[in-house]
Design a protein around this ligand. Structure first.
Ligand code: MLT
Length: 327
């Protein structure tokens, strides 16, 4: 009896909550949506986020305005969303870094699993190792020989501790057993001019930003961190073919909203995202950059959340063994 009473009470209490959620979604969005990209303009997160935002704007009937909040390897931008109003008008688009940050930052001001709502996964993206165009050598083997001689005289760039490029760079250093001089930027956007100018020797980043520069011979793509060659860049050998076995790094992306964003609002955002990643122009561009959209069964809040949790657990021991922490 007591159980029945409790159940009735819970049901009565949840009705206004559900009604409020449904009401919030009905009018949603009532104003422009801010999409926080936690990196500088011009990098892969920015480029793909803007592409998706255009279609989502059409779908949602409100502009989706990108705001770049770089710094702290992406943590400053993520925290901005964690602190934002949870009405769906502020969302986050970011990469795998959100799963490595809880290990790299022992005093991280948020927990991605409890302070954010997942909206859906977006794209898996391969990583490519690139060298400055005036590097004295054309292959990964050339670079490895050079690095063994120069060691910390090699400049490796990353987009900050907790970024995808930092993860790839950390794994590269661990695989070679060499600590390079790492130079951190607020995103890939500012790194490429430095690489092209020869001030950075090596950079491991996503195909979505690197491939156009490799194709234009403005940087030298020497190895893909993938199991097999990509049809979009078949001239670039895999890391294993190039002399670095078992070097495979797979990056992924997703959309988030602050904790407590009503579920109907999350569903509306998810529906817009699903349209965006099926848009023919978006699909063609993503495929050309070797970053095809996720299959639709992964573009759900539940699949995204389960994957995020698995990724946090997957990377923790690997990063702890690599021993690079922010604090
Ligand atoms: C990363 O390394 O996480 C990204 O390349 C940063 C960016 O999107 O600019």
């Amino acid at each position: 009896m007591r159980f029945v009473r409790r159940a009735l009470l819970a049901a009565a209490l949840s009705v206004p909550y559900l009604a409020a959620g449904a009401a919030a979604a009905q009018g949603f969005p009532t104003q422009p949506i801010t999409m926080i990209i936690p990196f500088a303009p011009g990098g892969p997160t920015d480029v793909v986020g803007r592409m998706l935002g255009e279609v989502m704007s059409r779908e949602l009937g409100q502009p989706v305005l990108v705001q770049n909040v770089g710094g702290g390897g992406g943590t400053i931008g993520v925290n901005r969303v964690v602190q934002a109003r949870n009405d769906g008008h502020t969302i986050l688009y970011t990469n795998i870094g959100i799963a490595t940050q809880p290990t790299l930052y022992r005093r991280l001001p948020y927990n991605p699993l409890t302070d954010l709502e997942t909206i859906g996964l977006v794209t898996p993206t391969p990583m490519v190792i690139s060298l400055r165009p005036n590097f004295p050598g054309t292959t990964l083997a050339d670079f490895i020989a050079y690095a063994r001689q120069r060691r910390d005289g090699v400049n490796l760039a990353n987009a900050g501790l907790g970024s995808a490029s930092q993860l790839c760079g950390t794994l590269l250093q661990a695989a070679l057993g060499i600590n390079f001089t790492t130079v951190s930027y607020t995103g890939s956007g500012p790194i490429f001019p430095e690489l092209m100018a020869g001030r950075i020797d090596v950079y491991c980043d996503q195909t979505t930003s690197s491939l156009p520069f490799v194709r234009d011979n403005r940087i030298r793509g020497v190895a893909m961190a993938t199991a097999s060659r990509l049809p979009q860049a078949s001239e670039i050998p895999t890391a294993a073919e190039a002399g670095l076995p078992n070097f495979e790094v797979s990056i992924w992306h997703g959309f988030y909203a602050p904790r407590g964003t009503p579920r109907p609002v999350i569903d509306r955002l998810n529906a817009a995202l699903r349209v965006a990643i099926q848009d023919p122009a978006v699909v063609a561009r993503l495929n050309d950059l070797a970053s095809p959209p996720e299959p639709l069964d992964r573009v759900t809040p539940e699949a995204h959340r389960a994957f995020l949790e698995a990724e946090i657990n997957r990377w923790r021991p690997i990063l702890q063994a690599a021993g690079q922490f922010a604090d």
